[in-house]
Design a protein around this ligand. Structure first.
Ligand code: ATP
Ligand code: MG
Length: 441
């Protein structure tokens, strides 16, 4: 796994090594040149000083000439090339005819020679190059050691600083690790470094969304259990009645009520299941391009026997052209079924339920009209709530149908409006859904 800390530390360490080596190399060549220049200058000065000498018999101790040129050999010659004076008789370096500086080999070692002629005397100063190289080498070693020390000190310092800078990240991890799944309160942002603040903010936003979702699920579970308990309590009561009574008619009556109660519980359990199945995460799993006409056709066929039983005309004029949507088939069918179920359930016999679909400017418009009691305007926003029922005595139900419709319509980025029926009575439900767009999907 990638570690930012390791990347910073190794990056900086490599940087320090590369920089120190470059500086060392640069310093080495610069120093070498400087030292060579200084020593050449020294040789020139020695040659000039030698010219000023008049007495060549004794060494000149007063001017310090002997001591200063301890590594150099100074030779003074007359016009006939006779050696008038030398600081070292054993090393008899021959006279170089060319004035100025010359590098030569003598006795197997390299020498640097400087020749200066003035009047009838010629001064030759010779210096072993080995000396210079040794000086350069020692200074280079000292510089390298200083740089090494600097590099090590810098590396330690960087390690300390990086470790310290990453401590808030570690603390943040610890505080997140300590969080309980049941407590999704946000992470404290006050001590979070600026660089990771956006990440923490996103995490807090996610935690808050999760919190809302989990609370919603908990409420739903509590409501569902509560709603299921009502028919089950009634069933329990009737079972006791049936057991206690000696009257056959009363027992039969209780058994009928038990059947009704079980029916209610079954309808509710089915609706709870459908509610869970139309959760956005589940709908998301299966998206395909569908012909909306097929969905309506299937639902109409499914509900036709019920409509006949209730003597209601279920009318659907199927459009000629396909109406393509990108969506979840099961979800869309559940939505239309809930609406048709309501229309048939709440409308009296002898009425009609009409389904209509048309497209316009990239949208699908679907209407379902019934001739039942309708929903008063003040109730319309409320009926989408889970388990909310209005005039519940009219028909069996759990109050989840329109909540399922809302789930599905929201998932498909559509809208739903409840209004008055076209014939002045009843309810008109209008759905608007985006059509399948090849460029967008
Ligand atoms: N077509 C309609 N005509 C009159 N009232 C309706 C119609 N559709 C819905 N309602 C009212 O809205 C309320 C909520 O409807 P919803 O479909 O959510 O629940 P339900 O039909 O009572 O139960 P479920 O659909 O879960 O079996 C219903 O109780 C009913 O009073
Ligand atoms: Mg319903």
């Amino acid at each position: 796994m990638k570690s930012i800390k390791r990347a910073i530390l190794s990056g900086l360490t490599i940087g320090i090594i590369v920089c120190s080596s470059t500086v060392l190399l640069f310093l080495f060549f610069a120093m070498r040149e400087e030292i060579f220049e200084i020593m050449d200058y020294q040789m020139e000065q020695v040659a000039l000083a030698a010219h000023l000498r008049r007495d060549y018999s004794t060494p000149d101790t007063e001017s310090g000439f002997e001591e200063k040129t301890v590594d150099s050999i100074v030779q003074i010659r007359d016009a006939e090339n006779n050696l008038l004076y030398t600081t070292n008789r054993e090393t008899a370096i021959p006279l170089v005819s060319k004035p100025g500086f010359t590098d030569l080999m003598y006795d197997g070692t390299p020498w640097r020679v400087y020749v200066l002629s003035k009047g009838d005397t010629t001064v030759q100063v010779a210096q072993p190059l080995k000396e210079r190289k040794e000086i350069v080498f020692f200074i280079a070693v000292e510089t390298a050691l200083s740089l090494l020390f600097l590099a090590v000190a810098l590396a330690i310092w960087i390690y300390i600083v990086v470790n310290k800078s990453f401590r808030p990240v570690q603390e943040l991890c610890d505080s997140i690790r300590r969080k309980k799944a049941s407590r999704l309160d946000p992470v404290d942002e006050t001590m979070v470094p600026e660089e990771i603040l956006p990440l923490v903010r996103e995490l807090n936003a996610l935690l808050s969304r999760l919190d809302i979702a989990i609370k919603g699920q908990k409420h739903f579970l509590a409501d569902a259990a509560h709603e299921l308990r009502t028919p089950l309590t009634a069933v329990d009561l009737q079972v006791q009645n049936a057991l206690d009574t000696g009257n056959e008619l009363e027992r039969e009556n209780s058994l009928k009520k038990i059947k009704k109660g079980i029916n209610r519980a079954t309808v509710m359990a089915n609706q709870i299941l459908m509610m869970a199945k139309t959760d956005a995460d589940i709908l998301e799993e299966n998206i395909e391009v569908l012909d909306f006409r097929t969905i309506i056709g299937d639902v109409v066929s499914e509900f036709s026997p019920l409509a006949m039983e209730r003597e209601i005309d279920l009318l659907w004029s199927k459009p000629e052209a396909p109406i393509l949507l990108a969506g979840n088939e099961r979800g869309l069918k559940a939505m239309i079924s809930s609406l048709v179920d309501n229309a048939l359930k709440y409308s009296p016999s002898g009425t009609a339920v009409t389904l209509n679909a048309f497209t316009d400017t990239g949208k699908l418009f679907f209407e379902i009209n019934d001739e039942g009691p309708g929903i008063p305007a003040d109730q319309r926003p409320k009926v989408f709530r889970r388990f909310y029922r209005y005039r519940s005595e009219r028909a069996l139900g759990s109050g989840l149908g329109l909540a399922i419709v809302k789930n599905v319509i929201d998932f498909h980025k559509g809208s739903i409006t409840l209004g008055d029926g076209d014939n002045g009575t009843g309810l008109k439900v209008e759905l608007v859904l985006p059509l399948f767009d090849e460029n967008r999907h």
